[in-house]
Design a protein around this ligand. Structure first.
Ligand SMILES: NC(=O)c1ccc[n+]([C@@H]2O[C@H](COP(=O)([O-])OP(=O)(O)OC[C@H]3O[C@@H](n4cnc5c(N)ncnc54)[C@H](O)[C@@H]3O)[C@@H](O)[C@H]2O)c1
Length: 308
């Protein structure tokens, strides 16, 4: 069975590819090492991928996708320009290219891919914005509050459209803040732990009462594999580990020792709270997250110690 993972050098893509390779699947990965964060971290992620693995160091938008997708049965489309805060201003063109145009190009090619059994699209809880209901079900009206969220929602709409119009078997997984080993360096836990381990100042946005539903990376990987095996449409992927930023800092303090914290202003585009209603993914895909916030944080701390 051949699987394609886009964004394979990134946090989630490399973790999905590693799990597939361990299960004995053949994996073709593509990543163009966008400069959003250090290439060395992405190269490190790729080192964990051994077995039947082929890598294309190419941009989805400029490459000939026929070679990459040939005979693919499962496509895990993880490539994107991530990050809420940098999506304002001129940089939005990077988001439209890597999140919307790249997704449309892949879907267009998938239309004629006879081998294809599932196209799993990495969506995001950011499509909800400041939701009106908590926990938030998939049926809630999407109201992104960042250009990033708008671009991820556009990708999701394209996935739904290619399914309804052309029968491309798409699933969109709305990830709620994923954390754990290989987490991107712009993400809060990575920044907090790195600062804690190097005795530097931790900057938090706002008063730290913003609340998130955090999903451990192994659970996010499991959700992807479950979605490849069954289900169609849109699913929330939440770890069920609700906590405020202040609560996370308390746990990290227990692991690392005293943390130096400064509070800065709230950032435009940051939701006040996220909380996934996971009834649908549990019922239809049999997915239940296994990792607690505490164990997941401990695991991320151990990983960061190895790369500092
Ligand atoms: N990490 C999270 O908590 C989270 C939450 C919600 C949604 N997501 C989504 O999950 C996916 C993976 O996120 P991540 O945290 O692993 O990000 P990441 O930045 O670590 O990985 C994305 C990878 O895609 C690659 N890429 C981007 N554009 C490309 C292109 N045009 N061609 C080839 N490669 C390209 C980048 O080089 C990068 O390595 C993204 O789609 C993101 O929007 C992530």
């Amino acid at each position: 069975m051949k699987c394609v993972v886009t964004g394979v050098a990134g946090f989630i893509g490399s973790s999905i590819a590693e799990a597939l390779l361990k299960k004995g699947y053949s994996v073709v990965g593509i990543d163009c090492f966008t400069p959003y964060y250090q290439r060395s971290l992405k190269e490190n992620n790729l080192k964990s991928l051994s077995g039947d693995f082929t890598f294309y160091s190419e941009d989805i938008l400029s490459t000939n996708l026929d070679r990459v997708l040939d005979e693919a049965e499962w496509i895990f489309h993880q490539a994107a320009q991530a990050g809420v805060r940098s999506s304002w201003g001129d940089d939005f063109s990077i988001y439209t290219s890597n999140n919307i145009l790249a997704t449309q190009k892949l879907l267009e090619k998938s239309k004629s891919l006879k081998s294809l059994k599932k196209f799993v699209y990495a969506s995001s809880s950011s499509i909800y914005g400041d939701a009106e209901t908590f926990p938030t079900p998939e049926s809630a009206t999407p109201k992104p509050i960042s250009p990033y969220g708008v671009s991820k929602l556009a990708g999701e709409h394209l996935a739904e459209l290619y399914r309804s119009e052309f029968g491309v078997p798409t699933v969109s997984l709305r990830y709620f803040t994923v954390f754990g080993p290989r987490q991107r360096p712009d993400m809060a836990f990575h920044k907090f732990i790195r600062a804690g381990l190097t005795n530097s100042l931790i900057s938090i946005y706002g008063d730290g009462t913003q609340e998130r539903d955090f999903t451990y990376i192994d659970d996010a990987v499991e959700a992807n594999i479950s979605a490849a095996q069954s289900g169609l449409g849109v699913y929330n992927v939440g770890g069920g580990t609700h906590a405020t930023v202040n609560q996370v800092l308390e746990i990290l303090g227990e692991f690392i020792g005293d943390l130096k914290v400064e509070r800065t202003s709230r950032q435009a585009g940051d939701a006040k709270k996220t909380s996934a209603d996971t009834t649908k993914i549990k019922a239809e895909l049999g997915f239940t997250p296994k990792w607690t916030l505490r164990d997941g944080l401990a695991s991320e701390v151990e990983w960061l110690k190895t790369i500092l």
